[in-house]
Write a protein that binds this ligand. Sequence first.
Ligand SMILES: [Zn+2]
Length: 259
Amino acid sequence: MELKFIGTGSGKASLKRYHSSFLINSGNYNLLVDAGDGISRALMNQKILFNIIDGVLISHLHPDHYTGLPGLIVQMKMTERENPLYIFCHESCSRFIKELIHQSYLFEDKLGFKINVESFDNGKESKVFEGLSFTAKQNTHLQKNIKSDKSGRLTFSCSSFLFKIGEKNIFFTGDIGNQKDLYLFQDIKIDWMISEITHISVDELVDAFRRINPQKLFITHLSEEDETKVSKLSYQLPTKERHNVVAAFDGLSVKIAIP
Ligand SMILES: [Zn+2]
């Protein structure tokens, strides 16, 4: 079982990092978490075949997290996919995702495989496959946009996730709005934590790392400015902690040891 970072960049396009995305391989299921602009090329860059992906989980509807989806489905068709593709998104986004696929002329009878859009609800555990499930919680990342949506048509759902892989709990912050979002799963024992760094300070993240106390913290969603922030981190932390805090990079792969 493995966690592989496909992209570790922020919303800002970069020649060094693709937009934030990772792949969870739970042994017999591959779940891609987020599929922003350029995801197909990012996967090719990591030599990951499109059709090993069983499901795609979308955390929210910012372009660096979902706009690569139609293009990825096209690549799957062109590489003769047969297995159904599962797309997991919050229930408030599922109509839009289905429409996006339809408006991209991706019809099931032409694709040759089924697309199942499975919506999840906050706070309820969603089973993905044997030995792999997740629970989403709403965070504040999109709240600042509510006033701008004069027509009231948009969803402001943005999720943080707790993945359960075998007996391991992996907390993924997703894109967040403030420091409080780091504690959405504070009652649960976290084994690993994957956090973004663009929308919080290094001090806030270090604080959360100490309070949540995971074995490992992986930092992702890094712009160039964030890289500078994070590089200072290694001087601030005592050696023991430093080993357990990892600035992720595209292609970083870590084995998940399940007892
Ligand atoms: Zn983002």
